[in-house]
Design a protein around this ligand. Structure first.
Ligand code: AHG
Ligand code: MN
Ligand code: MN
Ligand code: MN
Length: 329
Protein backbone atom coordinates (compact mmCIF):
# COMPACT_ATOMS: atom_id res chain seq x y z
CA UNK A 1 0.00 0.00 0.00
CA UNK A 2 1.45 3.35 -1.06
CA UNK A 3 1.30 6.22 1.43
CA UNK A 4 0.56 9.83 0.46
CA UNK A 5 4.17 10.75 1.29
CA UNK A 6 5.59 8.03 -0.99
CA UNK A 7 3.15 8.93 -3.77
CA UNK A 8 4.02 12.64 -3.62
CA UNK A 9 7.75 11.92 -3.82
CA UNK A 10 7.24 9.54 -6.74
CA UNK A 11 5.16 12.12 -8.62
CA UNK A 12 7.65 14.91 -8.04
CA UNK A 13 9.41 13.86 -11.24
CA UNK A 14 6.30 15.15 -13.13
CA UNK A 15 7.37 18.69 -12.28
CA UNK A 16 10.61 19.43 -14.01
CA UNK A 17 10.36 23.06 -12.89
CA UNK A 18 9.85 22.31 -9.21
CA UNK A 19 12.52 21.50 -6.69
CA UNK A 20 10.34 19.66 -4.26
CA UNK A 21 8.61 22.70 -2.78
CA UNK A 22 5.16 21.72 -4.04
CA UNK A 23 5.67 18.20 -2.73
CA UNK A 24 6.59 19.57 0.69
CA UNK A 25 3.59 21.89 0.66
CA UNK A 26 1.24 19.00 -0.13
CA UNK A 27 2.86 16.94 2.60
CA UNK A 28 2.32 19.78 5.12
CA UNK A 29 -1.36 20.00 4.14
CA UNK A 30 -1.61 16.22 4.65
CA UNK A 31 -0.16 16.54 8.17
CA UNK A 32 -2.59 19.33 9.12
CA UNK A 33 -5.45 17.23 7.71
CA UNK A 34 -4.51 14.37 10.04
CA UNK A 35 -4.57 16.68 13.06
CA UNK A 36 -7.94 18.14 12.09
CA UNK A 37 -9.28 14.65 11.41
CA UNK A 38 -8.24 13.54 14.89
CA UNK A 39 -10.01 16.52 16.45
CA UNK A 40 -13.15 16.09 14.30
CA UNK A 41 -13.37 12.51 15.49
CA UNK A 42 -13.48 13.54 19.12
CA UNK A 43 -15.21 16.88 18.65
CA UNK A 44 -18.00 15.96 21.06
CA UNK A 45 -15.43 15.39 23.83
CA UNK A 46 -13.50 18.58 23.21
CA UNK A 47 -14.81 22.05 23.73
CA UNK A 48 -14.90 22.78 20.01
CA UNK A 49 -18.54 22.19 19.22
CA UNK A 50 -20.85 25.19 19.07
CA UNK A 51 -20.27 28.80 18.20
CA UNK A 52 -17.39 31.04 19.21
CA UNK A 53 -19.56 34.14 19.32
CA UNK A 54 -17.60 35.70 16.44
CA UNK A 55 -18.89 36.40 12.93
CA UNK A 56 -16.56 35.89 9.95
CA UNK A 57 -16.20 38.12 6.89
CA UNK A 58 -18.96 36.10 5.19
CA UNK A 59 -21.44 37.18 7.87
CA UNK A 60 -21.51 33.58 9.20
CA UNK A 61 -21.29 32.69 12.88
CA UNK A 62 -17.96 30.90 13.36
CA UNK A 63 -17.91 27.48 14.98
CA UNK A 64 -15.16 26.29 17.31
CA UNK A 65 -14.01 23.79 14.71
CA UNK A 66 -13.88 26.47 11.97
CA UNK A 67 -11.37 28.34 14.13
CA UNK A 68 -9.44 25.22 15.15
CA UNK A 69 -9.10 23.99 11.55
CA UNK A 70 -8.14 27.48 10.36
CA UNK A 71 -5.38 27.76 12.97
CA UNK A 72 -3.96 24.31 12.23
CA UNK A 73 -3.85 24.70 8.45
CA UNK A 74 -2.34 28.17 8.68
CA UNK A 75 0.24 26.99 11.16
CA UNK A 76 1.17 23.99 8.92
CA UNK A 77 1.45 26.30 5.92
CA UNK A 78 3.50 28.84 7.90
CA UNK A 79 5.99 26.42 9.36
CA UNK A 80 6.68 24.53 6.11
CA UNK A 81 8.46 27.48 4.44
CA UNK A 82 6.96 26.85 0.97
CA UNK A 83 3.97 29.17 1.25
CA UNK A 84 4.15 32.98 1.39
CA UNK A 85 0.46 33.90 1.72
CA UNK A 86 -2.88 32.34 2.53
CA UNK A 87 -6.43 33.43 1.69
CA UNK A 88 -8.76 31.75 4.18
CA UNK A 89 -12.54 31.76 4.43
CA UNK A 90 -12.20 32.63 8.10
CA UNK A 91 -9.87 35.64 7.76
CA UNK A 92 -10.86 38.96 6.17
CA UNK A 93 -7.54 39.94 4.63
CA UNK A 94 -4.81 38.03 2.85
CA UNK A 95 -2.51 36.44 5.47
CA UNK A 96 1.14 37.19 4.73
CA UNK A 97 3.37 34.46 6.20
CA UNK A 98 6.27 35.96 8.19
CA UNK A 99 9.61 34.77 6.79
CA UNK A 100 7.97 33.55 3.59
CA UNK A 101 9.55 36.21 1.34
CA UNK A 102 11.28 33.61 -0.82
CA UNK A 103 8.44 31.07 -0.86
CA UNK A 104 6.97 30.33 -4.28
CA UNK A 105 3.39 29.34 -3.48
CA UNK A 106 0.15 30.90 -2.27
CA UNK A 107 -2.76 28.89 -0.88
CA UNK A 108 -6.51 29.53 -0.74
CA UNK A 109 -8.34 27.48 1.86
CA UNK A 110 -11.75 26.64 3.25
CA UNK A 111 -10.44 25.14 6.51
CA UNK A 112 -13.74 23.55 7.50
CA UNK A 113 -16.46 23.08 4.94
CA UNK A 114 -19.94 22.24 6.15
CA UNK A 115 -19.85 24.13 9.45
CA UNK A 116 -23.58 23.67 9.87
CA UNK A 117 -23.00 19.91 10.08
CA UNK A 118 -20.32 19.95 12.80
CA UNK A 119 -22.54 19.80 15.82
CA UNK A 120 -24.66 16.92 14.49
CA UNK A 121 -21.90 14.47 13.56
CA UNK A 122 -22.36 14.70 9.80
CA UNK A 123 -19.51 14.69 7.25
CA UNK A 124 -17.46 17.87 6.89
CA UNK A 125 -14.37 18.75 4.87
CA UNK A 126 -11.44 21.01 3.99
CA UNK A 127 -10.80 22.48 0.53
CA UNK A 128 -7.48 23.90 -0.72
CA UNK A 129 -6.12 25.50 -3.85
CA UNK A 130 -2.45 26.22 -4.66
CA UNK A 131 -1.04 28.82 -7.06
CA UNK A 132 2.47 29.77 -7.98
CA UNK A 133 3.29 33.31 -6.86
CA UNK A 134 3.26 35.70 -9.82
CA UNK A 135 6.58 37.49 -9.32
CA UNK A 136 9.22 36.60 -6.74
CA UNK A 137 10.88 39.99 -7.12
CA UNK A 138 7.92 41.91 -5.64
CA UNK A 139 6.26 41.37 -2.26
CA UNK A 140 3.38 38.90 -2.30
CA UNK A 141 -0.03 40.58 -2.49
CA UNK A 142 -3.71 40.06 -3.22
CA UNK A 143 -3.02 39.78 -6.98
CA UNK A 144 -1.23 36.49 -6.30
CA UNK A 145 -4.45 34.83 -5.12
CA UNK A 146 -6.67 36.56 -7.69
CA UNK A 147 -5.50 34.30 -10.49
CA UNK A 148 -7.90 32.40 -12.74
CA UNK A 149 -8.64 28.84 -11.62
CA UNK A 150 -6.87 27.49 -14.72
CA UNK A 151 -3.61 28.74 -13.12
CA UNK A 152 -3.96 26.43 -10.09
CA UNK A 153 -0.95 24.14 -9.79
CA UNK A 154 -2.75 21.85 -7.37
CA UNK A 155 -6.10 21.56 -5.65
CA UNK A 156 -7.65 19.14 -3.26
CA UNK A 157 -10.05 18.39 -0.48
CA UNK A 158 -10.24 16.33 2.65
CA UNK A 159 -13.52 14.68 3.57
CA UNK A 160 -13.95 13.77 7.24
CA UNK A 161 -16.65 11.17 6.75
CA UNK A 162 -17.14 7.55 7.76
CA UNK A 163 -13.42 7.47 7.03
CA UNK A 164 -11.13 10.43 6.31
CA UNK A 165 -10.02 10.82 2.71
CA UNK A 166 -7.68 13.26 1.01
CA UNK A 167 -8.26 13.75 -2.72
CA UNK A 168 -5.98 15.94 -4.80
CA UNK A 169 -4.79 16.80 -8.26
CA UNK A 170 -1.72 18.49 -9.65
CA UNK A 171 -3.27 18.65 -13.13
CA UNK A 172 -2.43 15.07 -14.04
CA UNK A 173 -5.53 13.24 -12.91
CA UNK A 174 -7.09 12.81 -9.49
CA UNK A 175 -5.97 10.47 -6.74
CA UNK A 176 -7.68 9.65 -3.46
CA UNK A 177 -6.08 8.51 -0.20
CA UNK A 178 -7.83 7.04 2.82
CA UNK A 179 -6.49 7.68 6.31
CA UNK A 180 -5.57 4.45 8.05
CA UNK A 181 -5.89 5.50 11.70
CA UNK A 182 -3.91 2.45 12.89
CA UNK A 183 -0.73 3.72 11.22
CA UNK A 184 -1.67 7.42 10.96
CA UNK A 185 -1.03 7.51 7.20
CA UNK A 186 -3.09 8.43 4.16
CA UNK A 187 -2.88 5.40 1.84
CA UNK A 188 -3.65 5.38 -1.88
CA UNK A 189 -7.12 3.85 -2.12
CA UNK A 190 -8.64 5.56 -5.18
CA UNK A 191 -5.99 5.91 -7.93
CA UNK A 192 -6.95 7.72 -11.15
CA UNK A 193 -10.46 8.79 -10.05
CA UNK A 194 -12.89 9.38 -12.95
CA UNK A 195 -16.41 10.79 -12.66
CA UNK A 196 -19.02 8.89 -14.71
CA UNK A 197 -20.06 10.82 -17.87
CA UNK A 198 -23.64 10.82 -16.62
CA UNK A 199 -25.36 9.92 -13.39
CA UNK A 200 -28.66 9.86 -11.58
CA UNK A 201 -28.02 12.02 -8.51
CA UNK A 202 -28.83 15.70 -8.24
CA UNK A 203 -27.72 17.69 -5.20
CA UNK A 204 -29.23 21.10 -4.47
CA UNK A 205 -30.86 22.84 -1.52
CA UNK A 206 -34.39 22.60 -2.88
CA UNK A 207 -35.73 24.61 0.03
CA UNK A 208 -34.57 27.65 -1.95
CA UNK A 209 -36.68 26.61 -4.99
CA UNK A 210 -38.79 29.76 -5.17
CA UNK A 211 -35.62 31.87 -5.28
CA UNK A 212 -33.90 29.91 -8.09
CA UNK A 213 -33.50 31.18 -11.66
CA UNK A 214 -35.92 29.66 -14.18
CA UNK A 215 -33.23 27.50 -15.80
CA UNK A 216 -32.55 25.78 -12.46
CA UNK A 217 -36.27 25.23 -11.81
CA UNK A 218 -36.49 23.59 -15.26
CA UNK A 219 -33.49 21.40 -14.47
CA UNK A 220 -35.12 20.22 -11.24
CA UNK A 221 -38.32 19.37 -13.15
CA UNK A 222 -36.20 17.52 -15.76
CA UNK A 223 -34.52 15.54 -12.95
CA UNK A 224 -37.91 14.61 -11.50
CA UNK A 225 -39.61 13.59 -14.78
CA UNK A 226 -40.13 9.90 -15.44
CA UNK A 227 -37.95 8.62 -18.28
CA UNK A 228 -36.93 5.05 -17.78
CA UNK A 229 -34.27 4.91 -20.50
CA UNK A 230 -32.34 7.87 -19.02
CA UNK A 231 -32.72 6.74 -15.42
CA UNK A 232 -35.17 9.43 -14.41
CA UNK A 233 -36.53 10.39 -12.01
CA UNK A 234 -33.09 11.02 -10.53
CA UNK A 235 -32.27 10.58 -6.87
CA UNK A 236 -31.97 13.71 -4.72
CA UNK A 237 -29.04 13.71 -2.27
CA UNK A 238 -27.98 16.82 -0.34
CA UNK A 239 -25.78 16.70 2.73
CA UNK A 240 -25.09 20.42 3.01
CA UNK A 241 -21.29 20.05 3.00
CA UNK A 242 -20.05 20.79 -0.51
CA UNK A 243 -17.06 18.50 -0.07
CA UNK A 244 -19.17 15.51 0.91
CA UNK A 245 -21.80 16.18 -1.77
CA UNK A 246 -19.24 16.60 -4.55
CA UNK A 247 -17.17 13.63 -3.33
CA UNK A 248 -20.20 11.33 -3.49
CA UNK A 249 -21.14 12.57 -6.96
CA UNK A 250 -17.54 12.21 -8.16
CA UNK A 251 -17.65 8.52 -7.26
CA UNK A 252 -21.23 7.70 -8.25
CA UNK A 253 -21.96 10.26 -11.01
CA UNK A 254 -24.30 13.20 -10.56
CA UNK A 255 -24.54 16.97 -10.44
CA UNK A 256 -24.08 19.45 -7.58
CA UNK A 257 -25.73 22.85 -7.90
CA UNK A 258 -25.53 25.99 -5.79
CA UNK A 259 -27.05 28.59 -8.13
CA UNK A 260 -27.78 32.24 -7.57
CA UNK A 261 -30.81 32.85 -5.36
CA UNK A 262 -32.60 36.03 -4.45
CA UNK A 263 -30.73 36.05 -1.13
CA UNK A 264 -27.37 35.34 -2.81
CA UNK A 265 -27.35 36.85 -6.34
CA UNK A 266 -23.85 35.41 -6.94
CA UNK A 267 -24.63 32.13 -5.23
CA UNK A 268 -23.33 31.32 -1.77
CA UNK A 269 -20.11 29.44 -2.42
CA UNK A 270 -16.78 31.21 -2.70
CA UNK A 271 -14.81 31.20 -5.95
CA UNK A 272 -11.26 31.05 -4.57
CA UNK A 273 -11.46 28.33 -1.96
CA UNK A 274 -14.62 26.38 -2.81
CA UNK A 275 -15.57 26.64 -6.51
CA UNK A 276 -12.13 26.76 -8.19
CA UNK A 277 -10.48 23.85 -6.36
CA UNK A 278 -13.54 21.63 -6.67
CA UNK A 279 -13.83 22.64 -10.35
CA UNK A 280 -10.21 21.64 -11.01
CA UNK A 281 -10.75 18.25 -9.39
CA UNK A 282 -14.01 17.61 -11.24
CA UNK A 283 -12.46 18.59 -14.59
CA UNK A 284 -9.37 16.51 -13.93
CA UNK A 285 -11.69 13.56 -13.24
CA UNK A 286 -13.42 14.11 -16.61
CA UNK A 287 -16.41 16.17 -15.45
CA UNK A 288 -17.46 19.81 -15.89
CA UNK A 289 -17.81 22.85 -13.63
CA UNK A 290 -19.75 25.92 -14.69
CA UNK A 291 -21.41 28.99 -13.18
CA UNK A 292 -24.40 28.17 -15.41
CA UNK A 293 -22.93 29.98 -18.41
CA UNK A 294 -19.13 29.97 -18.16
CA UNK A 295 -16.38 27.57 -17.20
CA UNK A 296 -15.61 28.36 -13.55
CA UNK A 297 -11.85 27.96 -14.04
CA UNK A 298 -11.80 30.83 -16.57
CA UNK A 299 -13.49 33.42 -14.34
CA UNK A 300 -11.16 36.30 -13.44
CA UNK A 301 -11.46 36.82 -9.67
CA UNK A 302 -11.63 40.38 -8.37
CA UNK A 303 -11.91 39.84 -4.60
CA UNK A 304 -10.71 37.22 -2.12
CA UNK A 305 -14.12 36.30 -0.78
CA UNK A 306 -16.13 36.67 -3.97
CA UNK A 307 -18.98 34.26 -4.51
CA UNK A 308 -19.90 32.33 -7.61
CA UNK A 309 -22.82 30.12 -8.68
CA UNK A 310 -21.72 26.52 -9.22
CA UNK A 311 -22.98 23.64 -11.35
CA UNK A 312 -20.47 20.79 -11.28
CA UNK A 313 -20.31 17.06 -11.84
CA UNK A 314 -20.92 14.59 -14.64
CA UNK A 315 -20.37 16.30 -18.00
CA UNK A 316 -23.74 15.35 -19.53
CA UNK A 317 -25.70 16.66 -16.57
CA UNK A 318 -23.79 19.94 -16.36
CA UNK A 319 -24.27 20.46 -20.11
CA UNK A 320 -28.02 19.86 -19.71
CA UNK A 321 -28.22 22.38 -16.86
CA UNK A 322 -26.25 24.94 -18.90
CA UNK A 323 -28.61 24.47 -21.83
CA UNK A 324 -31.65 25.10 -19.63
CA UNK A 325 -29.97 28.15 -18.10
CA UNK A 326 -29.28 29.47 -21.59
CA UNK A 327 -32.87 28.95 -22.79
CA UNK A 328 -34.68 30.16 -19.68
CA UNK A 329 -32.88 33.22 -18.40
P1 AHG B 1 -18.81 26.59 4.95
O1 AHG B 1 -19.27 25.65 6.00
O2 AHG B 1 -17.36 26.41 4.58
O3 AHG B 1 -19.18 28.03 5.21
O4 AHG B 1 -19.53 26.18 3.60
C1 AHG B 1 -20.92 26.05 3.61
C2 AHG B 1 -21.37 25.80 2.23
C3 AHG B 1 -21.14 24.40 1.70
O5 AHG B 1 -20.41 23.55 2.43
C4 AHG B 1 -22.51 23.83 1.60
O6 AHG B 1 -22.62 23.00 0.49
C5 AHG B 1 -23.41 24.99 1.55
O7 AHG B 1 -22.76 26.02 2.23
C6 AHG B 1 -24.72 24.69 2.19
O8 AHG B 1 -25.49 25.81 2.10
P2 AHG B 1 -27.05 25.77 2.40
O9 AHG B 1 -27.20 25.50 3.86
O10 AHG B 1 -27.52 27.13 1.99
O11 AHG B 1 -27.65 24.68 1.54
MN1 MN C 1 -18.39 29.24 6.64
MN1 MN D 1 -17.31 25.78 2.58
MN1 MN E 1 -15.73 26.75 5.84
Amino acid sequence: MQTLGQFIIEKQADFAFAKGELSRLLRDIGIAAKIVSREVNKAGLMNIYGETGDVNVQGERQKGLDVFANEHFISALSSGGECCAVASEEVNELIIIPGGEKAKYVVCIDPLDGSANIDVNVGVGTIFSIYRRLDLSVPVGVADVLQQGICQVAAGYVVYGSSTMLVYTTGKGVNGFTLDPSIGEFCLSHPGMRIPASGSIYSINEGNYVHFPDGVKRFIKFAQQENFSSGRPFTSRYIGSMVADVHRNLILGGIYLYPSTSAYPDGKLRLLYECNPMAMIIEQAGGKASDGFRRILEIQPTAIHQRCPVFCGSAELVEKAELLMHWHS
